[in-house]
Design a binder for this molecule. Structure first.
Ligand code: ZN
Length: 198
């Protein structure tokens, strides 16, 4: 049943593939695009394609960047021997916003979830272990306090402890199931300061 033209239906279909976009929102976006000046749509399309082509994973911390090595990993003033392990680039951004963390990061791009069939091999753990070959002082595990985040934290600490590097976990002042990115800066800093050794 095509109420709209084929082109609009296709546009709606593409939008509804995006996370968090239901059919209603997809329709609203599609009509919005159709009513925009063509130049505006060109810019949007070009931005999408360029972002997809140029953004890649930092070869050290695995966050998204448009360089081989991201600005944080490249910054000589950051403590390269302290690594904070987070689930997503958004979690990294949340800690960066506090402006009070001077180490570097490692982005896992997910968490271990037996229920969803996500195992240790599906997140960027191998890359983390490779980084630990160098001179390392501490690994701070800042995965979310959800079941998946806790499972991941336990798994990582078991992997790293035999290597002889200090492993700590941020305090769980963070509400259970809470996504790091929604938590205010003071709570984040308190969680970091109150971290305990694993
Ligand atoms: Zn990096």
């Amino acid at each position: 049943m095509d109420y709209y033209s084929k082109q609009i239906s296709r546009l709606i279909e593409e939008f509804s593939r995006l996370p968090g976009i239901g059919n209603k929102s997809a329709q609203r976006l599609a009509f919005y695009i159709i009513n925009q000046p063509k130049e505006q749509v060109d810019i949007l399309a070009k931005t999408l394609i360029e972002a997809r082509e140029n953004v890649r994973y930092c070869s050290q911390c695995q966050t998204l960047t448009d360089r081989e090595i991201c600005p944080i990993c490249q910054n000589a003033e950051r403590d390269q021997s302290t690594i904070m392990v987070v689930e997503t680039p958004r979690d990294l951004a949340a800690y960066e916003k506090t402006g009070k963390y001077y180490g570097v990061y490692h982005v896992l791009h997910g968490a271990i979830s037996p229920m969803l069939g996500i195992g240790p091999g599906d997140i960027r753990l191998k890359e983390l272990m490779e980084r630990l070959q160098g001179e390392m002082k501490e690994v701070i595990i800042a995965t979310n306090s959800s079941l998946e985040g806790e499972t991941t934290a336990m798994y990582i600490s078991k992997l790293i402890k035999p290597v002889g590097i200090r492993v700590s976990r941020i305090a769980s002042g963070v509400p259970v199931g809470g996504d790091l990115e929604y938590i205010d800066e003071i709570t984040l800093l308190r969680a970091l300061d109150g971290r305990r050794d694993l």
